[in-house]
Design a protein around this ligand. Structure first.
Ligand SMILES: Cc1cc2nc3c(=O)[nH]c(=O)nc-3n(C[C@H](O)[C@H](O)[C@H](O)COP(=O)(O)O)c2cc1C
Length: 255
């Protein structure tokens, strides 16, 4: 079998846990201090309050209908999202419900292997009521947004997503970036596969939350690594993007 294919398949297997059990000590088992639960807020960083996520008006509450009607949507109109809707989507995808022990772990609206929650959520905001156009980071522990840069990133986001236009032109694009050491600290090379699985939970909750709001989204894994990381000032080693999903108000299509 071709070597690269074999490497890819091995990544999907659980053998790394066996290797870990036999040969390798993780930093946690060696007593190294745990990394922070989320990216610390920098001094001078502008934080923006978000409304109570549960104050939003849902269009659909029937879980059967929500699951059944979920699909990938790529056609959005020019309407903005409300800040309540964005707040709900952020809460649904990474919202913190409780902090355990001495800031040992968070419990969130999505599961995560070992409750490591290795993801940061970044946003390209084009049309959200009450927010300036620009790039933001979700500060999940405070349920706030940190402004990275104001500006129109339509072209940069489209190019970073390999020309997929709806990524630049939607109301708001979610970008999930992994901080791998949060998982590696406990699971060493056993951490990478579970970390990737965790991204799926966040995105599926985004699909379902959008469906309940009458909004649309579409998971995206086809993107250029460096341009996307550079946009959000991610160093590409200790933190890098793995998944994105543009959100918008559905365009009415005449049938
Ligand atoms: C991991 C993943 C990556 C995807 N990447 C893209 C993408 O880059 N561009 C795109 O248009 N759709 C992408 N999709 C959406 C799929 O094409 C879509 O889920 C599939 O066609 C099934 O359609 P449905 O979601 O409406 O059921 C992706 C979906 C997943 C789960």
């Amino acid at each position: 079998m071709e070597k690269l294919i074999k490497e890819g398949r091995d990544f999907l297997k659980s053998n790394r846990f066996e290797l870990l059990a036999k040969n390798i000590q993780s930093d946690q088992s060696r007593g190294v201090q745990q990394p922070p639960l989320e990216k610390p807020v920098k001094e001078g960083e502008i934080l923006i309050d978000l409304p109570d996520p549960k104050s939003v008006q849902l269009k659909e509450r029937d879980i059967v209908a929500i699951i059944e009607n979920r699909e990938s949507r790529r056609l959005f109109d020019e309407s903005p999202l409300s800040l309540e809707q964005l707040s709900f989507l952020l809460w649904a995808t990474q919202g913190v419900k409780s902090i355990m022990g001495n800031r040992y772990a968070t419990k969130r609206t999505v599961p995560s292997a070992g409750a490591r929650h290795p993801y940061e959520t970044y946003l390209w905001v084009k049309r959200v009521d009450g927010l300036k156009m620009g790039l933001y980071r979700y500060v999940a522990l405070q349920h706030k947004l940190a402004l990275i840069h104001e500006g129109d990133y339509t072209i940069d986001m489209t190019q970073a997503a390999m020309g997929q236009k709806f990524v630049g032109e939607c109301a708001c694009t979610f970008v999930w970036a992994v901080v791998p050491y949060r998982g590696e600290w406990r699971y060493h090379i056993g951490s990478h596969k579970p970390m990737l699985l965790d991204a799926g939970h966040a995105c599926q909750n985004l699909y379902l939350a959008c469906q309940s709001l009458g909004l649309g989204t579409c998971a995206i894994a086809a993107y250029f690594q460096e341009p996307l990381d550079n946009l959000f000032h991610l160093d590409g080693e200790e933190e890098f993007s793995v998944y994105l999903s543009p959100v918008g108000v559905l365009k009415k299509v005449n049938k």
